[in-house]
Ligand binder design. Structure first.
Ligand code: 2HA
Ligand code: ZN
Length: 271
């Protein structure tokens, strides 16, 4: 079949990695039915032939104006599509979109007119921020990690600083690989501008954002890193939960031990 991935090994490799992550999300039970969504900035792989490709959709509004995205290209999971299907065939469960010059609309160019994720305004707002800050990040990932979502059902853990300290203290690697911690966004309607705005504010400070009673959003230089950050934090939540299941509350590493890790490994405190 004719595909934008044909004879473009670098683009194919980037989407193979997205597909690999989608498989992990399904295996972990974090992606029931069409749950979760993702985008990847693929502008670096765009050649003249792709630039000349005609739209296969009408002009569609993003819902927000994002000045840094002018002329950028993104792979987006399709709305209503399953991660487990994306794992087998990313171009059947998602599509490539081109952001138009008004920075407020886009068109689909390949392979099929699959409509992008319902959380597109949120994902593209993050992409706009990541381009603007020059951090080189290309991937956004929203998923439903079970233990973190469970913790977000208790007021006790709905405080970013408190939740971060608990998770960091579960196992040394959590701080090492998620040194900015996890930010909490109070419940808001999925796909809403309110949720998108709150997520953007939190991702400026934290590695991963937890949407109350819903899921997480992570960003990264590539999709595997966005997945790893979510996985590391959810692993800590799983250890906390496992201790509860044993009938006790995990003691946690002491604040001094946590601080020692930050000092010895010279971990960043901001992006
Ligand atoms: O894509 O997870 O939040 C389905 C969702 C929306
Ligand atoms: Zn969701």
């Amino acid at each position: 079949m004719k595909s934008i991935l044909n004879n473009r090994p670098a683009l194919k490799a980037a989407l193979d990695e997205v597909a690999e992550v989608a498989g992990y999300l399904w295996q972990k039970g974090w992606a029931e039915r069409n749950g979760g969504n993702l985008t990847l900035n693929i502008t670096e792989f765009i050649d003249d032939e792709i630039k000349a490709m005609p739209a296969i959709s009408g002009v569609l509004p993003i819902g927000v104006t994002l000045p840094n995205l002018k002329g950028c290209y993104f792979y987006c999971k399709g709305t209503g599509k399953r991660m487990r299907d994306l794992a087998r065939d990313p171009m059947a469960a998602g599509s490539v979109v081109r952001i138009l010059d008004d920075c407020a609309s886009y068109e689909i160019i390949a392979d099929l007119p699959v409509m992008p994720t319902s959380e597109l305004p949120s994902h593209l707002s993050l992409q706009d921020y990541m381009l603007g800050c020059g951090c080189g990040y290309k991937a956004t990932l929203h998923t439903h990690p079970i233990e973190l979502v469970a913790m977000s059902h208790s007021k006790e853990y709905l405080d970013s600083e408190r939740l971060t300290q608990i998770l960091w203290s579960m196992i040394p690697e959590t701080l090492a690989f998620a040194p900015l911690g996890i930010g909490v966004v109070p419940y808001a309607l999925p796909s809403s501008v309110e949720l998108a705005d709150a997520t953007l504010e939190q991702i400026k400070r934290y590695d991963v954002v937890l949407w109350e009673k819903h899921g997480t959003v992570a960003v990264g230089p590539d999709m595997m890193e966005a997945f790893d950050q979510t996985d590391v934090l959810n692993k800590a939540a799983n250890i906390f939960m496992t201790a509860k299941n044993f009938g006790f509350t995990a003691e946690g590493m002491t604040p001094e031990s946590v601080q020692e890790i930050r000092t010895v490994f010279n971990l960043p405190t901001h992006r």
